[in-house]
Design a protein around this ligand. Sequence first.
Ligand SMILES: Cc1ncc(C[n+]2csc(CCOP(=O)(O)OP(=O)(O)O)c2C)c(N)n1
Ligand SMILES: O=C1C[C@@H](O)[C@H](O)[C@@H](O)C1=O
Ligand SMILES: [Mg+2]
Length: 637
Amino acid sequence: MGHTIRLTTAQALIKFLNQQYICVDGVETPFVEGIFTVFGHGNVLGIGQALEQDPGHLKVFQGKNEQGMAHSAIAYAKEKLRRSIYAVTASSGPGSANLVTAAATALANNLPVLLLPADTFASRQPDPVLQQFEQEYSFAVTTNDALKPVSRYWDRITRPEQLMSSLLRAFEVLTDPARSGPATICICQDTEGEAFDYDEGFFRKRVHYMDRLQPSVRELDAAEELIRASKKPLLLVGGGAKYSGAREELIAFSQAYHIPLVETHAGKSTVEYTFANHLGGTGVLGTSAANAAAREADLVIGIGTRYTDFTTSSKTAFDFEKTRFLNINVSRMQGYKLEGVPVVADAKVAITALHERLDGYQSQFGSRVSELKAAWDAERDRLGSVRFGREGFDPEIKGHFSQEVLNEYADALGTELPQTAALIAINEAVDKESVVVCSAGSLPGDLQRLWNVEAPNTYHLEYGYSCMGYEVAGALGIRLAKPDREVYAMVGDGSFLMLHSELVTALQTGNKINLMLFDNSGFGCINNLQMGNGGGSFHCEFRNHEGNVMNIDYAKIAEGYGAKVYRANTVEEVKAAVEDAKRQTVSTLIEMKVLPKTMSEGYDNWWNVGVAEVSENQAVQAAYERRAEMLKTAKQY
Ligand SMILES: Cc1ncc(C[n+]2csc(CCOP(=O)(O)OP(=O)(O)O)c2C)c(N)n1
Ligand SMILES: O=C1C[C@@H](O)[C@H](O)[C@@H](O)C1=O
Ligand SMILES: [Mg+2]
């Protein structure tokens, strides 16, 4: 052993974080950008002291809610294509518990984040300490154990020297493209402040190489054979393609062999929609063009996709009798899905290698690609020009609300604005390099279908966990990743109510974000789901105790925090507000009252949901039977 240096566990942690680098394609950059903190008794005297003494290059942010700040950290990592992270420190007990939802969000989306919740005392001398819940069967169980199932790596540090092996393992996980996710290191409160003579070698600069996984010759042979045998292959672009940076390779491949391209939420904006062979999003929230191409395809080339139910329309989007799957993925687990032929490799490398092998090949899609795209573009134009009428209005979500109820909403909210028209107006008004973020509600559907991307990597959807409350916090994380871009959080009233604390952090730190608040006074998409499956409207509208539609002044709330606010209830007002908001340096909120049932829906999709098998309501029974019929056509596994 060489020289030693005497540090507390927390000081050693911060020193180590400063020395971690990542290398991708020969470019070496620091891996840990900073740390989000909510200090409490569990971490302020340990990690807080260490940061106050010497943060090194780490940027230190004061979060307002542990879940919120962790969402910001996750969004930062996603926007940085997993090549840079923030750490997150929380105090023990409720602070740790607040991290659970965010950890699960990171896990579902394969996003790296280092979670550092404090733990109870290693010595147990003062037990039970404040916020220790005392589980009778074991004093070793603390709130932090709730983070185990939602972490890719989890450890508890009860002695200073344990930190060394723990951190090395955590960074191996955080920088592995196939297993990236939350690494959680819980440090006992007393241990954080305990000193140890650390070997100086532990703090040397460490470079983690995110090498591009190469496909084997056998895999490429199999892939080539599949494609050559296919008449109508389809490129399905998932998040793995985006993280790999495979835009140019995908465009060249698609162009050379005339293979149409569709995308998942995570993959969206890897290739911009202006590319001629791009048919938009696929599945439950997909375009008519993408879903038609999926049905016609005899080979799906899935690139970095997890094939979720939304992507596959609960395994009904394809003709499973004839369609084969070629799965390019860095994860073997993902590669095995839908009985596909796996190519366990980096997307960019695999597409390049396949491109070189397919000389002379051409798909038989011919003019079908441009025809499908043109038909969808016309449909999008229609959705953009929908206007409300007090009589005979036929909303996109049909048969749920009578004209009378829709008029009631128009009166209560003082608006006639349809959601699709508002969204398309925003799409047209924002600069093409700006970034849009969303995660839950009806907006992901409208975004996947209607948000036309003109510049790569400008669309950020958290749809692995679809966690309400990610939108505002996520916008902050994106702004930190891309400080020169405008960031627009598309947020429903329900999501805004669930969590928007990090708006204050954005205002406090001068990191401008724009919140596009779509207020339809309710959990709109869930109301659609219940009514679309035979139910009534049950506890999803925001009506008060007298049965009246609530009209909440969200602009006033944001104004109270110090944001610049706008109230925009017509397409013209929305466009004007977006233009003015661009000129602001402070964070903005544009409140739009939109009519329920005016979001987009349909286009040959299906979502398998748990409809009641027995019910006193005939409409629910009918919905159950429809589901049973659909299940007959679905692949079983
Ligand atoms: C944390 C969390 N809780 C619950 C849900 C289930 N959920 C999905 S969308 C939704 C309602 C969203 O309402 P709002 O944000 O107003 O969007 P809208 O559907 O009205 O557009 C709910 C409750 C979720 N996705 N995330
Ligand atoms: O339950 C849900 C329904 C989806 O439509 C929505 O986008 C998502 O947020 C969700 O959780
Ligand atoms: Mg709503």
